[in-house]
Design a protein around this ligand. Structure first.
Ligand code: PEP
Ligand code: MN
Length: 337
């Protein structure tokens, strides 16, 4: 529920209303503006209905928040959120490219790849240390060893880095070595993990589950934000359909749909979205055109030898051309690469 106060309402009167909201076990929001203060009340619909703030002399209007997701919706927060990953920003006018291998395989492989993507203009590195693989016989990632490699390489190069978290017990170790934690498609609805990420103090990249609706994705983001972490970036990475020509079907309509309803930055992963390196560039251009705030792309120093996702990983020189080709598209939509 959104409660707009009259222009003459004082801070004390706002505090008194906030206390009334909290007394009922509801979550309160305080949003001072240049002309009016707006309050929010979130929680059980029946309790909200009993609040009856309309009759308060300092309340101008009360409006229900129609979306099932509240804190991530534009109804509560009309302007674009800008999120910083170790000093690199995404959202608003800031376009971000996150690039790197699917998995950290060795110090040499990660260093070589990281040097190349940094040289060609990536804003942040990616690389999995804990890999959620479909088969238990596939490479599972280097774990803590991989995190240490990430920490060393990102520090040496002076570039932020993101990596996936698959278990709540790893959050602290990951937060110690990376600038943002990624929740993969397979964990998008691991609600206990999401709640704990709400308290981790680092930005979270939340990838859409392969069978998740857009509403599911936004409600998953709401779990993180409602625990106090507003630094959430959504990532469209393709959904499962009957199509087999591509690994997933990259649902680009999700981008403007979400952007119209949520203030969170939305990035697109054309690597997992298509599974084919030759589709990465055209789909990235389309992602920029439909309003994406960034791209997460897999690049490997030697894709034919990659331990995971080689077929969708760009060669370093392809990444260089990709960045050059992307720039006019990003500029055409009024953003900065
Ligand atoms: C990844 O980004 O490495 C990954 C595993 O992606 P997803 O969770 O989208 O499958
Ligand atoms: Mn991958």
């Amino acid at each position: 529920m959104i409660i707009v106060l009259k222009p003459e309402a004082t801070k004390e009167q706002a505090d008194e209303l906030l206390a009334r909201i909290e007394e009922r076990g509801l979550k309160s929001l305080y949003m001072p503006g240049s002309e009016r203060t707006v309050l929010g009340a979130l929680g059980d619909e029946r309790v909200l209905g009993e609040l009856r703030l309309e009759s308060h002399p300092m309340v101008e209007s009360v409006k229900a928040i129609l979306a099932p997701y509240k804190l991530v919706s534009r109804e509560v927060h009309p302007h674009d959120s800008v999120v910083s990953i170790g000093g690199a920003t995404v959202g608003g006018e800031a376009f971000m490219v996150i690039a790197g291998p699917c998995a950290i395989e060795s110090k040499e492989q990660f260093t070589q790849t990281a040097e190349q993507v940094k040289k060609h203009g990536a804003h942040a590195l990616r690389g999995g240390a804990f890999k959620p693989r479909t088969s238990p016989y596939s490479f599972q990632g280097l774990g803590i060893e991989g995190l240490k490699i990430m920490g060393e390489v990102k520090t040496a190069l002076g570039i932020p880095a993101v990596t996936e978290v698959v278990e709540a017990s790893d959050i602290q170790a990951i937060a110690d070595h990376a600038d943002a934690l990624q929740v993969g498609a397979r964990n998008m609805q691991n609600f206990r993990l999401l709640k704990q990420l709400g308290e981790c103090g680092k930005p979270v990249i939340l990838k859409r589950g392969m069978a998740a609706t857009i509403k599911d994705l936004l409600l998953a983001a709401e779990y993180i934000v409602s625990e106090g972490n507003e630094n959430v970036i959504l990532c469209e990475r393709g959904i499962r359909t009957f199509e087999t020509a591509t690994r997933n079907t990259l649902d680009l309509s999700a981008v403007p749909f979400i952007k119209q309803r949520s203030h969170l930055p939305v990035i697109v992963d054309p690597s997992h979205g298509t599974g084919r390196r030759e589709l990465v560039e055209p789909m990235s251009r389309a992602a920029v055109a439909c309003g994406a705030d960034g791209i997460m792309v897999e690049v490997h120093c030697n894709p034919p030898e990659a331990l995971s996702d080689g077929a969708q990983s760009l060669f370093p020189d392809q990444f260089a051309a990709f960045m050059q080709g992307l720039r006019p598209f990003v500029e055409a939509v009024g953003k900065k690469l």
